[in-house]
Structures are given as C-alpha cells and as structure tokens.
Design a binder for this molecule. Structure first.
Ligand code: BG6
Length: 481
C-alpha cells in the first residue's frame, strides 16, 4: 500500500478555508499524480448537504483549474459528505461505517488523514471520539492535521497538547503554519547552505536582519478572533518565529525531520527575553490603526465585534536578539501589521559594510508581492568619478525556473501524505514561541495601553518603529514607517 492511497476526512468542509485553499490543493495534487486513484475525501460539517451538493461546491472551488472535464468528473466522484455534530458519539459511528465502505470500495488499505479546520476548542473532543469510536486503523497510518491557533498562551497550549496526545502521538500531529508551505521558505535551507552565503552566515559578517510581514487588508469579519489574538498572536507567535528559525538554524546533524525540527526548536528557545520594563519599552512598539476618512476605511475600534476602547494591537515591531554565541549582538528587526500602506513580505539580510565609506551589501528575500531573491551591491556609475550606486542582482522565480510553483496548502497536504514532518510545527516550537509571547504580554499588562501608538489606516505604520532601527544606526530597508 502506498502513502498516497488514503481517506482524507475534513472537519469544517463547508468553511471558507476548504473552498478557497483545500479543495484546489487536493485537485492539483490529484492532477499531478501525487494522490493515487485509491482515494476518497469525506467532508463533514453541521449542515445537511448531500454528496451531490458537496461535489457541486467542490466543483465551484476548482473550476478555474480544470483543464479536462472528464478528469474533473472522476476527481469529484471521490468526494462524499456526511453531516456531523462533533459532540455526538453516534455520528462518529456513521462516519466509521462510511470509512469502512469507502476503504473497501477504493481498496485504500487503511491510510487515514483527519484534517480539522474548526475552532481549536473542538480539537480534543474530535480526537477523543476518533480514537474511542474506532475510526483509527491498525493497518495504515492515522494522521491529524490541525490549524492554528494552537492555544492562546503557553498554559492553554500545554493543556491542548495534553489532550491531543491522549489520542495521537506527536509524530502523528501535523500542525500547519502555512508559511512553511511557501516555496521560498521551504527552499530556503538550500539557498542558504549550498551557496557562498554559508561562509558568511553569522555575526562576523551580518550586521542586522529585518523581517516585514505587512498587509494592507484589515481584519474583515474576524473581529472576535482578532480581539483575542492581535497581530502578535496572529502573525508573530507562528509565522514570524518560523521565519526566524529557518533563517538562523544550524545545519542538522542528520537529514531526519527530527533533527531538523530540533534545530528550529533550539533557535526559538534562544530568543532573549527583555530583562526590564525600560528595555522592553525601548525595543518593542505596538500600534493600532485609526480610520482613514479620505478612503472611507474604519479604524480598528470601529470594526465589527471589536470593543470601541480596544487595546488590541494591529501593529507590532521589535528589536530582538538571540542568546547564541554565533548571533551575539545581531539585532533582528521584526514588524507586522494590518492596514498598512501595502502588502509586502520581505526579509533583508544586511551585511557589514566593507568599510564605513561604502554602503552595506544586502540580500532581499521577497515572498510577496513578488517571489524573488535579490543581492544588492555597490556598483560604479558609468562616467568619470560619478560615485557608486547600490544595484540588485535578481533571481525571479517565474522567469528563471520554468516550472509550476506548488501552492502553500498543496505542498503541506502533500507533505502530510508523505510524512514530511519537517514541513510542520513541532510542539516544542509552539511551546517556546508562546513563552516568548507570554513575556511580552507580562510587560504590556503593566503598561495598560499607554504605549499603544495609533497610525492611520493605509499609512506606512507608527513612526515609533523607525526608532528601533535608528538606535542601531540603520533604517528599515523596505519602507520606513
Ligand atoms: C494568517 C493570519 O495566518 O496569515 C491572517 O491569520 C493573515 O491574519 C495571513 O492575513 C497572512 O498570510 P499571507 O500568506 O497572505 O502572508
């Protein structure tokens, strides 16, 4: 039996993520032959849909990708729907019956992936019933895919981990961070370790590292969730931590997922905590967007389901450091925010200048809006004694590597099918990330909102963030706030 023969059961099949990301991802995997014909997808949710209606919904979400109608029809015929109340044990019995039937019909041989795209408070009741109502098999693999947030602080994450590991062991749990499915990040290790940079990747040559995850979008209909999470829990605890870990991790001692993830755990664990409130205030900026009346954009406090006096941060910037000899004294300037001027997701590795008369060289790794890597260096301007200019050497994905780039969820579902745990977040990565985030909140609790900097929606962000880089004698290499 091959790994790509499987039943994928999706909890939350009527949701937005499923329609926007998951069905197209499964279809692309099927078209590329990464899922065999021995497969079935069971969609579950509370709504009472028929198989046919479900297939129509899936058809609608993949229609732009269809090249051959008969292939799409064949694909859709593998989709089944079962109305399901996650708290009702009897419903799991019906699900078990359907699974056994489909397993025989498609000669699957017992492989099962359970993908939970629902509120995390429901994870434990689902995993408990999956085990206790006999939905896990002995003859194939049983894997669980879950989406963030994994808890709201370290204590709640520990509690969740205790619950889940009663039913699934750590190596069966695939925690999604969709940034790990982004092409440039998943291939970053190669870029960094197989090239010249490998010799220069340390405090001896790197002056500072900057990471910007900026969005022009607001919070949409997610006010209730966002009020609890803010940008710090929504973007920093997960995506930002993963980027930092991938940027600085050591080469693992062997090629296993375990060794790879251990290196990342060590990086996240080494984030230095601020020792005093003064130090914290100097190194951390949080902000919230105000209305932009000219563009008819409401402020955060005017969004649906948001407290009109909310102190939730929609912008975060900080100077952080790692407690590791090879990175000693290297500042990481990180920032993320909603309703900024535009969407850009970039990493800058700024090297030490050759001497004080020359501008530093830097690498710009751009994930959004373009996918490219640029090396900026000094070049003489043509003419006589005209001085030099910093110019880029560019590697652009679309034009330079003529191959289709897998989408993030496509790569991650494929990763789960092939048991590539290194594409997923280990429990300890999440735990240590929470420890760092929790300590920020300890300081914010003391400040009671006095530090919240307001910025106009669709502006570059609070100016206070520029002080972070200025204090180190540098600037944000993307946009200044
Ligand atoms: C999600 C956050 O994890 O990432 C969203 O919950 C955010 O708030 C999104 O918009 C950003 O992802 P990307 O891939 O567009 O940078």
């Amino acid at each position: 039996m091959k790994d790509n023969q499987l039943i994928l059961t999706l909890f939350g099949a009527t949701g937005d993520l499923a329609a926007r990301k998951l069905y197209p991802a499964i279809y692309r995997l099927y078209k590329a032959g990464n899922i065999s014909d021995h497969f079935a997808v069971i969609g579950t949710a509370r709504r009472d849909w028929s198989h046919e209606y479900f297939r129509d919904v899936v058809y609608y979400s993949i229609k732009d990708e269809i090249t051959q109608a008969h292939e799409a029809d064949e694909f859709l015929s593998h989709f089944y729907y079962q109305a399901h109340d996650v708290n009702d044990a009897d419903h799991y019995q019906s699900l078990a019956t359907l699974m056994t039937h489909l397993d025989n019909q498609y000669q699957i041989g017992g492989n099962r992936i359970f993908y939970i795209s629902l509120n995390p408070v429901l994870f434990p009741v689902i995993t408990h019933n999956l085990r206790n109502q006999g939905l896990l098999t002995d003859n194939g693999y049983n894997r669980l895919i879950i989406e963030k947030p994994f808890g709201f602080d370290e204590a709640s994450a520990i509690e969740l981990q205790i619950q889940l590991t009663k039913d699934f062991n750590e190596n069966q749990i695939f925690r999604i961070d969709h940034y790990l499915g982004k092409e440039l990040l998943s291939s970053f290790r190669k870029f960094r370790c197989e090239n010249l940079w490998a010799h220069f990747w340390s405090k001896d040559y790197i002056d500072n590292i900057q990471i910007s995850l900026a969005e022009d979008l607001g919070i949409g209909q997610r006010g209730a969730y966002y009020e609890r999470s803010g940008v710090t829990k929504d973007m920093i605890q997960n995506h930002m931590m993963q980027i930092i870990a991938l940027l600085v991790m050591e080469q693992p001692c062997n090629p296993s997922a375990e060794a790879f993830r251990q290196e990342k755990i060590d990086m996240i664990k080494s984030l230095k905590k601020y020792q005093t409130l003064d130090e914290f205030k100097k190194h951390v900026v949080r902000g919230q967007y105000k209305a932009n009346r000219a563009k008819s954009i409401p402020g955060y406090r005017g969004e649906d389901a948001v407290d009109p006096e909310s102190l939730t941060e929609t912008f975060f910037a900080a100077h952080i450091e790692l407690d590791l000899p090879q990175w000693e004294g290297v500042p990481f300037f990180i920032r993320s925010g909603k309703r900024l001027e535009r969407k850009y997701t970039t990493i800058h590795i700024v090297f030490k200048a050759v001497d004080e008369h020359y501008a530093p060289n830097y690498l710009k790794i751009e994930l959004d809006p373009q996918m490219r890597i640029q090396y900026y260096f000094n070049q003489e301007k043509p003419g006589y004694n005209t001085g030099s200019k910093v110019v880029p050497m560019t590697f652009q994905y679309r034009s330079d590597l003529e191959t289709r780039i897998p989408h993030d969820y496509e790569r991650l579902i494929n990763g789960c099918i092939n048991n590539r745990l290194d594409d997923f977040v280990h429990w300890y990565e999440s735990k240590y990330a929470w420890q760092f985030i929790d300590h920020l909140y300890d300081y914010w609790d003391q400040l009671n909102g006095e530090d919240l900097a307001f910025y106009e929606a669709l502006s570059p962000g609070p100016e206070a963030a520029n002080e972070l880089t200025k204090a180190h004698g540098t600037r944000w290499y993307d946009y200044q706030c």
